[in-house]
Write a protein that binds this ligand. Structure first.
Ligand code: G3I
Length: 358
C-alpha cells in the first residue's frame, strides 16, 4: 500500500496548448473552496496515466483539488478493462493508490463503472467469454465491490444501459444480448451483497434532456422499487452545452427522480461552449455565458432535490485541456471550471453563487 501511495506522487504536468486568454486571471481569486459551500460531496474526475499508476498530481493540481473538492472519481482507471484485464486477474494497484490519496486528503471516492457497454472498456476475455454470463458478470461485480468495501462509498453499478432511440429501450449491449435486461438488476444485487454499505447508482446521459429516455428510466426505477432491487440513486452525467437542454427540462428530470425517493447525483458535469465550432478563443462573452449556464444548472439541482437526497455534484475533469470533449470532437472547447494555467474561470463563481444562493 505504501509503495502504491508513492506511485501516485510522480509528477505529470499536463501541458495544453489550448487557447487561454486573460478572461480568467482577474476573476474569483478569492472564491472560497466549493466544498466549503455545500453540505453534499463536490467532486472531480481525475486521470491516471496508465492502469498501474496513480493520480496525476502536480503541486498545482493537488492544490486546486484539495481546495475545492471532497470527492474523487477515476475518469478511466476504474472501468472494467482496467480493473479486470483477465478472467482470474484484477489490477487494483492504480485504484488503490487513488483510494489512499482520497483517504489521506479527507475525500470520498466514487467508483465508475462496474458494468458499461462501451466496447473499448469491455475486457477482451469478457467479450470472448463462452461460459455462464450471468454468473461471470455477478462475480466481476462482487469481486470488485468486495475489494473496495469501506474505501469506495458509492458506485456507478450500471452505466448507460438505455438506448437513445425513440422510443427509448434497453441498449443492445453485449450484456443485454447474453443475459437479457435482468443483467441490470443482477449487477445491483451482486454489488449490494458484496458491500451492503455502498450507495448504488444507475448512471446515464441525456436523461436530463430526452423525455422519452427519462420516462423509460423511470419505469425501470419503479419496477426495481416494486421488487426491492437495491438501487439507491441516479447519476445524471450532464454532458451539456451552453444552450441545451433547457433548464426547465433539467429541473423536471431531477425532480422526477427525487420524487421517487432516490438520491440524485450530477455525476459528470461539463458545459461545452463550442459545439458549432464558432469560436477559436475563449472570450469574456463566452465565459459569461458559461458562468450563467453553470449557475442555472446548480440552482436547478438545489431547487429540485431535497437536501437529504443530494448525492453530490462531480465535474468531469479539472482543467479545460483535460476534457474528453476537445479530444473526442477534435475542436477547441473550454467546458470545465479551470483554465489550463490553473486560473479559475467565471464558471467557478457561477457554481459558488448558486451554492450560496447569491
Ligand atoms: O489507454 C490508452 C492509452 O494506453 C493510450 O496511451 C492513450 C492515448 O490516447 O489512449 C488511452 O485510452 C484512452 C482512454 O480514454 C484513457 O485515457 C482512449 O483512447 C479514450 O477513448 C478514453 O476516453 C475516455 C472515454 O470515457 C472512454 O472510456 C474519456 O477519457 C472519458 O472522459 C470518457 O468518460 C465517459 C464516462 O466514462 C461515461 N460517460 C461519458 C463520458 C464521456 O465520454
Amino acid at each position: 500500500m505504501q509503495r502504491a501511495f508513492f506511485n501516485l506522487l510522480f509528477v505529470s504536468l499536463v501541458v495544453s496548448l489550448q487557447a487561454c486568454v486573460a478572461v480568467n486571471s482577474a476573476v474569483v481569486a478569492d472564491t472560497p473552496g466549493l466544498k466549503t459551500l455545500a453540505a453534499f460531496p463536490i467532486g472531480v474526475a481525475v486521470n491516471v496515466a496508465s492502469a498501474g499508476a496513480g493520480i496525476q498530481v502536480s503541486k498545482e493540481r493537488a492544490d486546486l483539488i484539495g481546495r475545492h473538492f471532497n470527492s474523487l472519481v477515476a475518469e478511466n482507471s476504474m472501468k472494467m478493462s482496467y480493473l479486470h484485464p483477465a478472467e482470474n486477474n484484477f489490477t487494483f494497484a492504480g485504484a488503490d493508490a487513488l483510494a489512499s490519496y482520497a483517504h489521506q486528503h479527507g475525500m470520498v471516492l466514487h467508483g465508475h463503472a462496474l458494468v458499461w457497454h462501451s466496447d473499448y472498456q469491455i475486457p477482451v476475455w469478457m467479450k470472448n467469454y463462452q461460459g455462464d454470463w450471468e454468473k461471470m458478470l455477478a462475480s466481476h461485480v462482487s469481486q470488485i465491490c468486495a475489494h473496495f468495501a469501506g474505501t469506495v462509498r458509492s458506485w456507478d453499478v450500471v452505466n448507460e444501459a438505455i438506448d437513445d432511440l425513440h422510443p427509448a429501450g434497453y441498449r443492445a449491449s453485449i450484456f443485454y444480448e447474453k443475459i437479457g435486461k435482468s443483467y441490470i438488476e443482477k449487477a445491483f444485487i451482486a454489488a449490494h451483497a458484496a458491500d451492503a454499505n455502498a450507495e448504488l447508482y444507475y448512471n446515464d446521459y441525456n436523461i436530463e434532456g430526452s423525455q422519452g429516455k427519462l420516462d423509460f428510466m423511470l419505469r425501470m426505477i419503479d419496477d426495481f422499487k416494486s421488487r426491492q432491487i437495491p438501487l439507491h440513486g441516479i447519476g445524471f452525467q450532464m454532458h451539456v452545452s451552453s444552450d441545451g437542454p433547457g433548464i426547465a427540462q433539467i429541473r423536471k428530470s431531477f425532480k422526477a427522480v427525487a420524487d421517487r425517493g432516490l438520491k440524485v447525483r450530477i455525476s459528470e458535469l461539463d458545459v461545452a461552449m463550442n459545439q458549432q465550432r464558432q469560436f477559436s478563443t475563449f472570450t469574456p462573452a463566452v465565459a459569461a455565458q458559461q458562468k450563467a449556464r453553470y449557475k442555472a444548472i446548480i440552482t436547478a439541482y438545489l431547487e429540485a432535490v431535497p437536501p437529504a437526497q443530494r448525492g453530490g455534484i462531480t465535474f468531469w475533469g479539472l482543467l479545460d485541456g483535460d476534457s474528453w470533449i476537445g479530444k473526442r470532437y477534435q475542436r477547441p472547447d473550454w467546458p470545465l471550471l479551470f483554465a489550463d494555467d490553473y486560473s479559475a474561470k467565471p464558471a467557478l463563481s457561477g457554481v459558488a453563487e448558486a451554492l450560496t444562493g447569491k
